[in-house]
Design a protein around this ligand. Sequence first.
Ligand code: NDP
Ligand code: MG
Length: 388
Amino acid sequence: MKTTINILGSTGSIGSTSLKIIDKKKNLFKINTLTANSNYKKIYYQIKKFKPKNFVVMNKIVFDKLIKQKTGNTKIYYTYKNIKFKKKNDITIVAIPGISGLEPTIKFLKFSKKILLANKESIICGWNIIKKIAKKYKTKIIPLDSEHFSIRDLTENYKDKDIDKIYITASGGPFLNLKKNKFKLIKIKEALKHPKWNMGKKISIDSATLMNKILELMEAQKLFLFNKDKYRIIIHPQSLIHAIVMFKNGTTKFLYHETSMMIPIANAIFDSKININEFIKYKKKDKNEFSKLVFQDIDENKFPAIKLIPLLNKYTSTPIIINAANEILVDQFLAKKISFNSIIDILFSVLKDKDYKKYAIKTANSLKTIYIIDKWTRETTLKIIQKN
Ligand code: NDP
Ligand code: MG
């Protein structure tokens, strides 16, 4: 029997990479549902090429345009809420960015045996709910973020008492070697140009400010049961080592793989039982490569996002507030409304707002509460931007 699969956010960077993997082994898969937002051309192409059973298009204009086209046996939906499944799908890949991925994740958790979760923002905001539903419906969750995929792999058979420290590596983004006084002139195009990874806009900006690592730290603190103070972030410009775990037994393990999301995605789909050469041209390792690996500390002056670390667990819902403020600030930077430096400056201002604590102490056990906290943060962030 074929493996049934859904991809939420199929037209994006992670979604397209996932489809490339599936295409190499197309006889093994049946694509049930793909979802996307506004990329009409790519949506149409995917319908023709992959012939999914369902395609959910979130953008109304694009949806209206698409239902006028011939789409074969593919059913087009405006909202995933109307899709019904008779039985569980084998795999769902969640690759929608931002908190918009949370509700679809919750819906598909109930109808999937295994969820491959790239959407870090929904882990940060909705982990209490995700965890509960996954347990109830016996759904396995595998994080796709390369650092978390690595940490999971390295720590699978260990407990908190066995672990001394866990390092999350950061490439340092496009501005690792830029002088501090040049940061105020950073243009959108420069911030989107990541030296190592080819990714969506939101995560590319997060990588340039290093907010991506703050989000990943919160993501790890939610996903794994280890003491929250054991995590460290370290710059590793080559992006070949994705996580390092130091054990109390005196050994240290790290996970090394080429800078391609194909590797965590393909390994997660096939439970690591693959020959990667079937999917990508794997570079032969240079025998001296390990001696050339470089690690360095983060310059907090250039990347003030790092100063958020001691504040992340101040209140139970601080992560939701940091995530929402960052989502708005990235949008506003991409809309040319604020400068690159303002992204982190204004984020700190939100955490100093007089009502911050009132929302940060709320326990996020329901979607309703998450959205209340998220909405307050978005409005407050926009107000601060207008005042600036
Ligand atoms: P992209 O921006 O490349 O793709 C986003 C996808 O989601 C597109 O298919 C887009 O549709 C769809 N989408 C956007 N907004 C909505 C919405 N409101 N509702 C439904 N669908 C929507 O993102 P990435 O693939 O780069 O990232 C996806 C997630 O994975 C993020 O959370 C990111 O942090 C995480 N991640 C990404 C990595 C990477 O290498 N790219 C690495 C690790 C984690 P359309 O294109 O049609 O508008
Ligand atoms: Mg990552």
